[in-house]
Design a protein around this ligand. Structure first.
Ligand SMILES: NC(=O)c1ccc[n+]([C@@H]2O[C@H](COP(=O)([O-])OP(=O)(O)OC[C@H]3O[C@@H](n4cnc5c(N)ncnc54)[C@H](O)[C@@H]3O)[C@@H](O)[C@H]2O)c1
Length: 336
């Protein structure tokens, strides 16, 4: 099975492969990965650079480390840099590929569910700088994305649920067939049935592809719809520290966006009730009550898009009916 995504004239071929095939493809590349991947899949990769795992490693220093390794291996533009890892490895390696000799061949092998359904397509690259996430980055879609669902077997429950929140978001944005799978195959999804995950990833990626192809460089407001749940979610993350994972915060944020929509008469009540119940059944903390209200409102007020007391939120009227809606902060306070 394969899919093509075309962004600003650059084609990305997305292929679904086994770990055996992955090993032979990686033999012809210069792979970058992290310690956790080496621990589990060191037999598949001969890396040119191994970074420590985690967001704190998404730095300018590590970007330059990859570039130094490329120089050390006398890499040329026609050689292929391969990112084998989660979103951190994919983002930093893609940035290195876009910069080295003004752009070299790039293959992404996303190994987390989040990276498979989100970070691997869309062309965004980046490193964090002086506390700002992805401050330095480029648009540089990979030529090839290799999805190997088998690799998800070693992912921690927390990381798996991180990606699943984005899958459910894609299901709510698009409706069928992804929505039907999320409702019908919950048991298989949570037990990480490889065949079921392959279908889930395929449909989820298709949703992201449809959106980014319409608005490749985020200039038309369409790509913003992918931020459903994120404005509430980011405020929860920054007001509570590390208590909630990103996925838990996004799922909570989607529930709050639905509640806010019901309060202003925009969102269908039955849809909001059923969707919040769905998120709960997947184990997300949708009932969480914000204790640090002041801190929460303060971080919302830092939103770059705020105008006086109004912030544009992504809300839903119904399944697959999503809008950008200017919400008064008083409405937000009522549902915390
Ligand atoms: N470019 C984009 O469009 C885009 C979209 C979404 C997120 N992102 C970026 O992605 C990053 C988050 O990505 P993430 O959630 O994948 O986190 P991550 O890359 O930090 O990976 C999470 C953890 O899982 C480990 N891991 C990865 N694959 C594994 C496997 N198969 N088995 C066992 N352990 C494994 C990693 O070593 C790491 O410790 C953020 O930096 C975010 O900005 C980018």
């Amino acid at each position: 099975m394969s899919t093509i995504c075309t962004l600003s004239g650059r084609r990305t071929i997305i292929e679904y492969i086994t770990s055996k095939k992955l090993k032979s493809i990686l033999n012809d590349t210069l792979p970058v990965t992290d310690d956790h991947i080496m621990e589990h899949y060191g037999n598949l990769i001969t890396p040119v650079c191994v970074l420590k795992p985690g967001e704190q490693e998404k730095t300018q220093a590590n970007l330059l480390k990859i570039i130094r390794e490329l120089m050390h291996h006398e890499a040329s533009r026609d050689m292929t840099l391969a990112a084998v890892g989660g979103g951190v490895i994919c983002d930093i390696t893609s940035l290195a590929a876009s910069l080295y000799m003004r752009g070299m061949q790039l293959v992404l092998v996303p190994t987390t569910l989040l990276a498979m359904v989100d970070a691997s397509v869309g062309g965004k690259t980046g490193v964090d700088y002086r506390g700002y996430k992805n401050l330095l980055g480029t648009f540089y879609p990979a030529g090839r994305v290799l999805i190997c669902p088998e690799l998800l077997g070693t992912l921690s429950e927390r990381e798996f649920k991180n990606g699943l929140a984005e899958v459910i978001k894609h299901a709510l944005l698009s409706g069928s067939p992804l929505y039907d799978t999320v409702i019908r195959d919950q048991k298989k999804i949570l037990s990480r049935d490889t065949e079921c995950l392959e279908q889930l990833i395929h449909h989820s990626l298709q949703v992201k592809i449809n959106i980014v192809e319409q608005d490749p460089e985020e200039q038309l407001g369409i790509r913003q719809l992918l931020n459903f749940g994120h404005t509430f979610g980011h405020a929860l993350e920054s007001s509570t520290g590390l208590i909630f994972s990103h996925g838990e915060a996004v799922a909570w944020g989607m529930a709050k966006a639905l509640e806010a929509g019901v309060l202003i008469g925009l969102t269908d009540k039955a849809y909001a009730r059923d969707t919040i119940a769905l998120l709960k059944s997947y184990g997300y903390p949708v009932d969480h009550k914000v204790e640090e209200r002041e801190l929460f409102m303060k971080s919302l007020k830092h939103d770059k898009k705020r105008r006086k007391q109004i912030i544009p939120f992504i809300l839903q009227k119904q399944l697959a009916d999503t809008v950008l809606y200017p919400l008064n902060l008083q409405v937000v306070e009522k549902i915390l």
